[in-house]
Ligand binder design. Sequence first.
Ligand SMILES: Cc1cc2nc3c(=O)[nH]c(=O)nc-3n(C[C@H](O)[C@H](O)[C@H](O)COP(=O)(O)O)c2cc1C
Length: 156
Amino acid sequence: MQIEDFKKAVGKFPTGVCVITTSFNDILWGFTANSFVSVSLAPPLVSFCLNKEAGSFKAFVGSKHFAVNILASDQQEIAKQFSHSLSNKFVNVDYKLSAELQTPLISGVTSLIECKKFKEFECGDHFVFIGEVVRINVDESKAPLLYFAKSYREMK
Ligand SMILES: Cc1cc2nc3c(=O)[nH]c(=O)nc-3n(C[C@H](O)[C@H](O)[C@H](O)COP(=O)(O)O)c2cc1C
């Protein structure tokens, strides 16, 4: 099997797009992800996968909390901004810090899911991070941003 065929095959699975954020050592961190998935209802658990080579990897390993910011259809620019390794990814992004955990929460998203880290483990060239959901906020008026076959899409 060629790696490009593998990428093409999994790229046929449409997903939403989120930015996973945290704060660690007084710095804000975040990256665009589509590996987000819900894992368990009792307790409520979610997961995401992060490449071990990512600039934010050490921060997510060191931090005890993260937030899943599920992007709205008009937030494609935010998705692009957080999919590159930049020194300050939060420039021109409207966000606030959560009171308890100081996690960056992006404004205008469809859903915010705040988590305390539950577990993490190495899996190939990625780590799987599992979080226990401590707080959620949903904006029912927003449509989600989608990703399919290497392109951002909007719900029709
Ligand atoms: C739609 C989309 C989804 C992505 N999903 C993931 C993911 O789930 N895990 C991951 O490690 N990288 C993912 N990436 C790549 C990261 O966003 C990218 O490598 C980013 O630069 C990482 O930021 P950092 O190097 O500052 O940590 C995705 C990129 C895009 C465009």
